[in-house]
Design a protein around this ligand. Structure first.
Ligand code: TRP
Length: 336
């Protein structure tokens, strides 16, 4: 039997997941989990690169993230969910890799530059500048073949691929270059028209939002600003609500576009329809969430079990790495 290819992807535990995550990555992960062997990293150390002053927020969100995963349909029997900081081999690999990654290449990395600007950083912490190196360790500790990410992460994954080539030529060919699997769904815009949906921008629709909150958020959403009166013809290409119909209401989308162009549907009706579609999608997720929130012991078991399996993979990889780097002194401590 062919061994399943391995996927590694994940999120920083900085808050609850929203519709942008659902369309951009979660839906895909649910589809991929049977065909591939999937690891999901809860990247708490990476979250510290920007939130080092708020450790209490991260620790609270580690469980929340796992609850979100399970509620949307990630199956913990096939997908291994684990916490980055609990896999020591990731930290070890990060240090080894950091010896041959040049600081200038990180300073010029487009993702690092964009994110540093977004956060308004004048100077960068060592950890922030180096997060592509630690992300390479996230991916390579389990020798993943495939890394599904959004397009903003392409330059970060490029660092991983470069590290693989460099490591293999410096020492021994231990790693294969992982491929990037780009999200097919274009980035979901915020309901307020802001290019990105996000917690800090206060424009996100959370998977855990109640049905009334969804209605309220959709009612406030931006539509074609050129359509002022009911009889004005609308331009669906210039309407945020329509963007959401395109993603979450595929079957009616075209029809809604043509009705909008003929002023045959009001913005209010269009919004009510969207809110209903979103609630149909989110209701079962909310129900599961309510159940999981009451089963914290089970959630902890899922995370611990996934983490143990990740550590086993990490041990195997580190044995190969130490051997390649001639650092397998005395046959390793574990044999003593
Ligand atoms: N950088 C990713 C994000 O901000 C999260 C992440 C951490 C990740 N480690 C990873 C993604 C490894 C893919 C592979 O969303």
């Amino acid at each position: 039997m062919n061994k399943k290819k391995r996927i590694l992807t994940g999120d920083r535990p900085t808050g609850r997941l929203h519709l942008g995550h659902y369309a951009g990555s979660l839906e895909n992960r649910i589809k991929l989990q049977d065909e591939y062997e999937q690891f999901l990293i809860i990247a708490d150390v990476q979250a510290l690169t920007t939130h080092f002053e708020k450790p209490e927020m991260l620790s609270r969100n580690v469980r929340e993230l796992c609850i979100d995963y399970l509620s949307v349909g990630i199956d913990p029997d096939v997908t291994k969910i684990f916490v980055q900081s609990m896999v020591p081999q990731i930290a070890e690999l990060t240090i080894f890799f950091s010896m041959f990654v040049m600081v200038n290449s990180l300073r010029h990395n487009p993702t690092i530059k964009t994110e540093a600007k977004q956060y308004g950083y004048k100077d960068l912490s060592y950890g922030f500048l180096g997060y592509p190196v630690s992300q390479a360790a996230d991916i390579l500790f389990c020798r993943a073949d495939l890394v599904p990410v959004g397009d903003d992460q392409i330059p970060v994954i490029e660092v991983t691929r470069k590290i693989v080539r460099r490591f293999n030529s410096l020492y021994k060919p231990v790693f294969d270059e992982p491929d990037t699997l780009l999200s097919k769904c274009p980035r979901l815009v915020g309901l307020d028209g802001n290019a990105k949906m996000g917690k800090s921008l206060n424009n996100a629709v959370y998977l855990s939002d109640s049905s009334d909150i969804i209605k309220e958020k959709v009612q406030k959403a931006l539509t074609d600003t050129g359509r002022i009166r009911l009889n004005d013809r609308g331009d669906p290409d210039n309407c945020i609500v329509n963007e959401y119909h395109r993603v979450f209401n595929k079957s009616e989308h075209e029809n809604i576009c043509s009705m909008c162009r003929q002023a045959a549907i009001s913005c209010t009706a269009c919004k009510i329809n969207l809110a209903e579609k979103l609630n149909t999608l989110l209701e079962p997720i909310r129900e599961k969430r309510n159940l999981y929130e009451k089963q914290i012991d089970y959630i902890d078991d899922v995370i611990l079990c996934g983490t143990k399996q990740a550590i086993e993979e990490g041990k195997e990889t580190l044995a190969m790495v130490r051997e390649a780097m001639l650092m397998d002194y005395f046959g390793g401590l574990s044999n003593r």
